[in-house]
Design a protein. Sequence first.
Length: 137
Amino acid sequence: MMTLDQLVDVIESDVGDSYEQCICLMLGCITLVEKFLPKIGFEALELARKYWMEKSINSSQLEEARVRCWQYLDKRNASTNTQEKEYCALRSVICVLYVEQPSDDIGELIEFFLEMISSVEGNINSIERIVKEQLPQ
């Protein structure tokens, strides 16, 4: 069994500098937390899939979805809440709603994303299994 840090390293070494490849891998992992998402999270996730996988919407729709998700968290004073599964699941979705890489270090994004998934899922083995399924052999 890997630790979260080891999983971050595996993903980072696989995706390298490919932000889009990183997002697609993260979209695969979100399936672990989908059942905890509020309606706004499902809608945002659907838009992320359309943008990143189908290339069928424009970047402004992704941006608007991200703003709506943050507003949802802000209204509930939950923008820093990492205990409630619903909020962590939503924050994992927010990670895939940035058209441009939000920081210079792709590892930071991957680490934060996996922390949010792990806060909801709680089982690192499930996360590791999904990650391994996503990685090219």
